[in-house]
Design a protein around this ligand. Structure first.
Ligand code: GDP
Ligand code: MG
Length: 354
């Protein structure tokens, strides 16, 4: 204690045995003794702020499924998403430009399905790592002429680790060399066993080119969603995930959010990591203005004071003060991590110089 009091005194800080040190000073001292201080309490503050209370059963109502498309490169993920989207394009918007916002909603049998359309599944992985489940159902695309490939297996592992339901879309069945049975046989090795092979995995033969089987695929998604009994409370402050975000020249920071619980409204205060703001305007996937967005709805919003990271959790808050509390906690943690990183770097250099 005396050594520390002396050290702080020499730095111009007058302290006694009872003085509470800031985390920063404590971490600095710890480093002198070759310890790296952990920021447990601060992490807890953030966890506390982001904590999600479970909604009572009677507050829940059905919500649309959120679906992502995964699979090996060139097996037709993009083509399949495009083909599904195009089945929805009505005459009046056929010539219009559809802007990519990272997610879109499709209507089938009068029910909605939300597709996440993020390039690759990096975003998907990032979200999973942050402990926030973004997707309910994964469409595993396997080319019928190519079969199971390394990224097919990777996708299966991702989906299984996240506990996501898998539907297999065997694509390119229009091709001469297509062999659906071979794909089924290969996938048995990974625990995905088709119904006609004695298992319970849904296999949908499709062609993104001829659009054969697309309606069936959408039906199977809805069937699976029914089975999962997906529900959320829409009568509360919204929370969800950032799908994509960017800086727009004219509009400033623009973020595509997936509402997971509650209803997001124009005018809501919002906090996302170190970023905060107020929802100034909200657009749907067809760039139509919305006043409200309910669970499983992807929306593009403006009104943030910075560009958030994709995969981050967003929270609508009661007040601007509450939003600022959250961003302040994140900012403090960010700053401290930066100081620690620098210190770590310095002490490593010191080691090498000796
Ligand atoms: P991704 O890498 O998984 O997104 O695959 P793409 O959608 O980019 O497709 C890769 C290639 O396969 C492209 O040349 C597509 O035109 C082709 N392709 C995709 N779907 C089909 C299909 O159903 N039938 C045929 N014959 N070719 C397809
Ligand atoms: Mg692609």
């Amino acid at each position: 204690v005396n050594a520390m009091i002396k050290k702080l005194f020499l730095e111009g800080k007058i302290v006694t045995v009872n003085t509470e040190l800031s985390f920063e000073s404590a971490a600095e001292i710890a480093l002198e003794y070759n310890y790296i201080a952990d920021e447990e309490e601060k992490v807890d503050i953030i966890e506390e702020l982001l904590k999600d209370e479970e909604d009572p059963e009677d507050s829940l109502s059905p919500r649309p499924p959120v679906v992502c498309v995964m699979g090996h490169v060139d097996h037709g993920k993009t083509s399949l998403l495009d083909a599904i989207r195009k089945t929805q394009v009505t005459a009046d918007e056929a010539g219009g430009i559809t802007q990519h916002i990272g997610a879109y909603v499709v209507k089938a049998n009068d029910q909605r399905i939300t597709f996440l359309d993020t390039p690759g599944h990096e975003a998907f992985t990032a979200m999973r790592m942050r402990g926030a489940q973004s997707t309910d159902i994964a469409i595993l695309v396997v080319a019928a002429d190519d079969g199971v490939m390394p990224q097919t297996v990777e996708a299966i592992n991702h989906a299984k680790a996240a506990g996501i339901e898998i539907i297999v879309a065997v694509n390119k069945i229009d091709k001469e060399s297509a062999n659906v049975e071979r794909v089924k046989q290969e996938l048995t090795e990974y625990g995905l066993i088709a119904e006609d092979w004695g298992g319970s995995t849904i296999f949908c033969p499709v062609s993104a080119h001829t659009r054969e089987g697309l309606d069936n695929l959408l039906d199977m998604i809805l069937l699976t969603a029914d089975m999962l009994e997906l529900k959320a409370n829409k009568n509360r402050l919204a929370r969800g995930l950032v799908i994509e975000a960017r800086l727009d020249k004219g509009r400033g920071p623009v973020a595509t959010l997936l509402v997971q619980k509650g209803t997001l409204k124009v005018g809501d205060h919002i906090a996302i990591g170190e970023v905060s703001g107020r929802v100034r305007a909200m657009l749907d996937h067809k760039q139509r203005r919305l006043k409200e967005a309910t669970p499983s709805t992807p929306v593009e919003i403006i009104g943030l004071n910075g560009v958030p990271n994709s995969g981050d959790i967003f929270l609508a808050t009661k007040s601007e003060k509450e939003a600022r509390e959250i961003t302040d906690a994140f900012k403090t943690r960010g700053k401290e991590n930066l100081i620690l990183d620098t210190k770590r770097g310095m002490s490593l250099d010191d080691l090498f110089n000796k």
